[in-house]
Write a new protein. Structure first.
Lengths: 337, 81
């Protein structure tokens, strides 16, 4: 008689997941356009017209990727009403952690006083936070974790060429965090995500670190970007992704209360809203004007601000859409925590 | 097949909608950047709308060659013809 095949337990989690809490950390240095225009032979007027940015937040040496993450995480954990020991996974979306290894997530998890949870970094540039939320939702629903801390954090001022007219005025620093956990009803909709590797070079770190070390006078391989093709992709292709995301969640623009796109550039935000024909009453995140483009941190920072200012209320239906270097994108409908 | 004036008029409508420039100003000899104050990001929006309106393809690296309204109209005519 043949021996019966061994069966193993399948993973099993919660039927639904939602955002339980949110936190943010904005660095202390507020840099107006006037302070940076001389190095790039530009003007406050040009920067505002081109991007809508008036000021950006840059971190001090003491405000590190780790310290900003921990601050945002503490607020998210408190906002979620859970104990720090209940966090069983830490997912950090960033391109600003300057070590190949180890991931910064384990140091953050340790400093927070969590109970040795799963902890790893993900690298998806400006789309990182929405990738993290999608993974966290699947983890909770699949049973891999119960309370996932998702952090979007950047210290892009380390990687910005202050003399580059194309990028010096754009990038900024900060951290946003959410707790994803189980819920009775769906609070996170299906993710719509993808990539376009043909456009790999559109936004990138200029050189591989090894090439930097070969240089006679090594300089930081700054972020470089081709603005116009990126604008085209973000404003138009991503508007289509946004619509698909609403469709997959079974809602229309009429059901939407809040729109929080990646805070890349006000011109992109405006063009996307036009392209999507968003109703006037939908509140749109425009944090980029004061915060600058903080890549993986931009969406949680923008959402946090909208909640603080009363533009987004707990239970509101919000569309998050993130897009950037890769090229890569991810979007989902969520209930505001 | 559309006449040059018809294409110009439709394009002028698009420029008005995207950049708020009065359609009457959008004449063949006008430079987008210098005369009409339509910057390169607005040009991207104009081009995407024009692709849809005229059923043509205007690749990214072609856009920088479209300096005047006349350049754009001529490109659309060639692409349609």
């Amino acid at each position: 008689m043949p021996t019966p095949a061994t069966s193993i337990n399948p993973p099993s989690g919660s039927p639904n997941a939602t955002l339980l809490g949110i936190g943010a950390y904005r660095p202390s240095r507020l840099i107006p356009n006037a302070e940076i225009v001389e190095a790039i032979d530009s003007s406050d007027e040009w920067i505002q017209q081109r991007s809508g940015i008036k000021t950006r937040r840059w971190a001090t040496a003491e405000e590190t990727v780790q310290s900003m993450s921990v601050a945002a995480a503490r607020e998210a954990i408190a906002d979620a009403g859970i104990e720090v020991e209940q966090v069983d996974a830490v997912v950090v979306a960033t391109v600003s952690h300057m070590l190949q290894t180890p991931a910064i997530a384990t140091a953050i998890a340790h400093e927070l006083g969590t109970n040795r949870p799963a902890a790893f970094d993900i690298s998806a540039a400006c789309a990182g936070f929405c990738h993290g939320v999608a993974l966290a939702s699947d983890m909770v629903r699949g049973g891999s974790a119960k309370h996932v801390l998702v952090i979007g954090v950047e210290k892009l001022s380390d990687l910005t060429d202050v003399g580059d007219r194309g990028t010096a005025f754009i990038f900024s620093d900060g951290a946003g965090a959410v707790i994803v956990g189980p819920s009775d009803e769906a609070g996170i909709g299906p993710v719509v995500w993808g990539s376009d590797g043909e456009q790999y070079d559109l936004i990138r770190q200029r050189e591989d670190w090894r090439d930097v070390l070969e240089q006679e006078d090594p300089r930081m391989p700054h972020l470089v970007m081709q603005g116009n093709p990126v604008f085209r992709w973000a404003a138009f292709e991503m508007a289509k992704v946004a619509q698909t995301t609403l469709d997959r969640s079974g809602i229309t623009a009429d059901d939407l209360d809040v729109f929080v796109p990646h805070q890349a550039n006000m011109r992109i935000i405006d063009a996307m809203a036009r392209s999507m024909k968003l109703p006037e009453r939908v509140r749109i995140g425009r944090d980029v004007a004061d915060q600058g483009n903080s890549s993986a941190a931009s969406i949680p920072l923008a959402l946090h601000r909208m909640i603080q200012e009363g533009d987004a209320k707990s239970g509101d239906t919000a569309l998050l859409i993130a897009f950037g270097a890769g090229l890569a994108y991810a979007a989902q409908v969520v209930k505001v925590p | 097949m559309a006449t040059t004036e018809e294409i110009r008029a439709d394009l002028a409508e698009i420029v008005e909608e995207v950049a708020g420039v009065d359609a009457d100003q959008v004449q063949l000899d006008k430079s987008f950047v210098d005369d009409l104050d339509v910057d390169s990001l607005s040009m991207v929006e104009v081009v995407v709308a024009a692709e849809e309106k005229f059923d043509v393809k205007i690749p990214d690296d072609e856009v920088k060659n479209l300096k005047t309204v006349g350049d754009a109209v001529a490109f659309i005519e060639r692409a349609q013809g």
